[in-house]
Design a protein around this ligand. Sequence first.
Ligand code: ADP
Ligand code: MG
Length: 314
Amino acid sequence: MAEFDLIARYFTRPAHADVGVGDDAALVTIQPGCQLVVSADMSVSGTHFFADADPYAIGWKSMAVNVSDMAAMGAQPRWATLSIALPSIAHDWLAAFSQGLFDCAEAFSVSLIGGDTTRGPLNIAITILGEVPRGLAITRAGAQAGDDVWVSGCLGQAALWLGHQQAQLCLHELDVAEMARAMHHPQPRVRLGLALRGLASAALDVSDGLLADLSHILKASGVGAELNWQALPCPQLQRALPASSMTKAVLAGGDDYELCFTASPTHRSALATLSQQLQLPLSRIGHITAQQGLIVLDNGQPMALNEKGYQHFV
Ligand code: ADP
Ligand code: MG
């Protein structure tokens, strides 16, 4: 099958664009008064997913991680390009992959408007473009001493699934199914990101683990934070795990794609209302301090963290 036929068959769907797939470049019109928001994320076989992973899940997730970056900026995701290297043309794989990719794209109003297709070790690079009214984007740099620190949803589920896969811990089978959903079918928090415009002072999506990611906000904003372990949203499991497995997953586990954000305490009731409207838990997990550094208190006692902010595990 020629490259052109492959693109037409698997990667061409109606798009909100002036010119989409098929020309030398795509053409889009940005709404007046908006800034263009651009982000890229690459998913590499063996690094970001197992080579034999479900192709539908690979498609969903490679789009979802990009959409999540738009959510973290308070942006409306709009367009994406897909640059893909394929080791061979496997029709079943391509059909499932593109279905997962488009299911996620359509769920979040993203149009695929172009890309590049080449032969090579499986590698999926997506660039996503979104819009935000000028001045309303939520960056990492706005956190101020006294702000609350919040996180959406539940942390550590994907990491627990990975730990189970790698036989580092053993989950009940009902929990395996739920944690697997979090790992393979993450739900980018776009509605939350849009609603946080004007409420959050800083935000990002949790992809590398809460402490590592929050420390990016702290550095960009020139502040510190004190978190309360008891306030962190931990997965509720059928069978308890050793405490160290849970702290590691919740504080340092990657792939959550929840939003972590800071907001003035004056917005607490607005955020409680928002949580109900979105039917999405929002946990107030601590506060920003003028003094730099990141501390997590467990019943008032600082937990042992190493310099990078990761939990120090034995
Ligand atoms: P060119 O040689 O000009 O780079 P290509 O043959 O690579 O053109 O691509 C033809 C058209 O198909 C372009 O509009 C390009 O954006 C689009 N395209 C190529 N690969 C993909 C893909 N994987 N997904 C979506 N669009 C693609
Ligand atoms: Mg090309």
